[in-house]
Ligand binder design. Structure first.
Ligand SMILES: Cc1cc2nc3c(=O)[nH]c(=O)nc-3n(C[C@H](O)[C@H](O)[C@H](O)COP(=O)(O)O)c2cc1C
Length: 336
């Protein structure tokens, strides 16, 4: 049994998100109480070709532990060789196999969610990797199935369990759904009650209360949070407080949010050593943080053009002043 499932509290995973959950973001979520990390997905072929970008993608800092490196691919022997190489290079805590990615360039090479409709190959990939790494732990992440007419999460989960996979994260949508519609937690619960390996539920967890309800209602042994953490990395702290004592911790204030955003950017620049390129690549992250903030439209327009930390500091100062003035004006009208 993976040790974090022995804790009296349900472990909270940060979901793997390509282009988002790099080492800097994982460390920030860890500070906020995320228990387990999974790297963004890495191609088994990229590992075997030993390309530099792939090596960078598997870098992690010891404070991020426990951490798994996620691999995708469809050739059982190559997946096993890549997994072995990753364990040798980076010594993560586990290897995670991606059987859920819906992206065309992965699926057309039979990787990711394509394996959900080829159970014999899925079994072979999982079994070959598990045997090659034994006793090193291997986990997997799946979706409910390929489409609404072929939901097979229960079958795939049983195959994976029999192959020796030690935990299964389930995103409660089909490949066809992409990110549309709602995650189906009834299906996740059905699988959680039918297999003995821990099931980690994933999909649309947006608040501490969502997390508390899903634990109570579904029998999952872990929860995985993705997009909500992009806007609100404090969700892990809020969820932990709610699970421990039923307390609903309010969202952080605007100033704390800005301090966090600037710290995130400074850490990313320090890591990459290149300010303009890094700040350009942070724009998507800034958009996610700005969701729900006052004067969002104007703010997003400014954030789209940011190329330096100094500019971001100026945007923060303006935004805080403007927000304070607006809040004051509302108070004045209300008390008049
Ligand atoms: C930008 C982005 C990148 C993603 N990359 C990966 C990935 O590399 N591997 C993976 O297994 N899932 C990936 N996912 C799926 C998430 O891990 C998660 O299953 C999905 O977002 C649903 O969870 P959520 O509703 O909490 O976001 C990605 C999702 C997003 C939004």
């Amino acid at each position: 049994m993976l040790p974090w499932f022995n804790s009296p509290f349900c472990p909270l995973y940060l979901a793997p998100m390509a282009g988002v959950t790099d080492s800097v973001f994982r460390r920030l979520c860890k500070e906020q109480g995320a228990d387990v990390m999974v790297s963004e997905f890495v191609s088994a072929d990229g590992i075997l070709h030993r390309n530099q970008r792939t090596r960078e993608m598997i870098y992690f800092h010891p404070v991020e532990r426990p951490l798994g490196i996620q691999l995708f691919g469809a050739d059982p022997e190559r997946m096993a060789a890549a997994a072995e190489a990753v364990v040798e290079w980076g010594a993560p805590d586990f290897i995670d196999l991606n059987f859920g990615c819906p992206v065309n360039k992965v699926v057309c090479k039979h990787g990711g969610s394509a394996l959900l409709r080829d159970c014999p190959l899925l079994e072979k990939v999982a079994g070959t990797v598990v045997r090659k790494l034994h006793p090193f732990p291997v986990t997997a992440k799946i979706r409910l199935g390929w489409d609404q007419t072929s939901i097979n999460a229960l079958t795939t989960a049983k195959i994976l369990e029999d192959a020796g996979i030690q935990a299964i994260a389930i995103h409660g949508r089909t490949k066809d759904q992409g990110y549309s519609g709602d995650a189906d937690w009834d299906q996740i619960a059905r699988v959680a009650s039918a297999v003995s390996v821990p099931v980690i539920g994933n999909g649309d967890l947006r608040s501490a209360i969502d997390i508390g309800c899903r634990i109570r209602e579904t029998g999952v042994r872990g929860l995985m949070i993705g997009r909500a953490a992009m806007n609100n990395p404090w969700i892990f702290r809020q969820a932990r407080a709610f699970l421990r004592s039923g307390v609903v911790v309010p969202d952080v204030g605007l100033e704390e949010k800005w301090n966090h955003i600037l710290r995130h950017c400074r850490m990313a620049v320090a890591e990459n050593q290149e300010e303009e390129f890094t700040m350009a690549s942070m724009r998507g992250r800034l958009m996610a943080y700005s969701r729900g903030m006052r004067n969002g439209r104007q703010l997003r327009g400014e954030l789209q053009r940011v190329t330096k930390i100094e500019q971001l500091e100026q945007i923060r100062d303006r935004h805080l002043t403007q927000s304070e003035e607006e809040a004051l004006a509302v108070d004045t009208v209300e008390t008049a």
